[in-house]
Design a protein around this ligand. Structure first.
Ligand SMILES: CC(C)(COP(=O)(O)OP(=O)(O)OC[C@H]1O[C@@H](n2cnc3c(N)ncnc32)[C@H](O)[C@@H]1OP(=O)(O)O)[C@@H](O)C(=O)NCCC(=O)NCCS
Length: 154
């Protein structure tokens, strides 16, 4: 696999972001999913606002985005990481780990002490990625059918 680059999108990348995000939602949940239906109707200002308010990282391969993760600051000391996705052909090459590491680096630079995320309990690939970066499960936390993972940012 050729070398991939992890980069943060800016507002002017909104069209590329919209295409990638809708592709991720389609592949993961399908086009009848509520979240897909909401975001499929986003306007340019909506996509721009998302890129302003949240840090959006993508994995670029041959000049094309093939994966993503997002993060935002929940409070002065706490960041939240979400929306990790790699297109199927790009999986298994360590890109998810690099994406989450970039989000954690971003949180660290902003002064956050923890990074938190949610995942489905049976998502073994995601769990492997998060645990390899030091995330651990927070017991008795989160809604039914989800696991909360947290990292104390080193
Ligand atoms: C989860 C996901 C992002 C992982 O992407 P990826 O690029 O394959 O991840 P990486 O290559 O960085 O690492 C995957 C790790 O999980 C391991 N892994 C892969 N499938 C696995 C499985 N079924 N069970 C256990 N471990 C698994 C790999 O061996 C690798 O570990 P290693 O680096 O120690 O060898 C990707 O599968 C995906 O996009 N899934 C759909 C969306 C999703 O589930 N997102 C997470 C939401 S919380």
């Amino acid at each position: 696999m050729p070398a991939a680059r992890i980069t943060r999108l800016t507002e002017s990348d909104w069209e590329q972001f919209a295409e990638l995000r809708l592709r991720a939602l389609t592949e993961t949940f399908g086009t009848t999913d509520t979240q897909y239906l909401i975001e499929a109707r986003f306007t340019a200002p909506d996509w721009r606002r998302r890129l302003r308010d949240h840090a959006q990282f993508v994995a670029m391969l041959d000049g094309r985005p093939v994966g993503m993760v997002a993060a935002y600051q929940e409070s002065a000391q706490a960041a939240y990481v979400y929306s990790l996705w790699l297109e199927p052909a790009a999986r298994g090459h360590g890109l998810a780990r690099r994406l989450v590491a970039a989000a954690v680096d971003w949180a660290r630079r902003r002064g956050a002490r923890t990074a938190t995320l949610r995942m489905a309990p049976d998502n073994s690939a995601a769990r492997t990625v998060y645990e390899s970066l030091g995330f651990t499960e927070v017991p008795n936390c989160g809604a039914t059918g989800e696991v909360v993972m947290r990292l104390t940012i080193p």
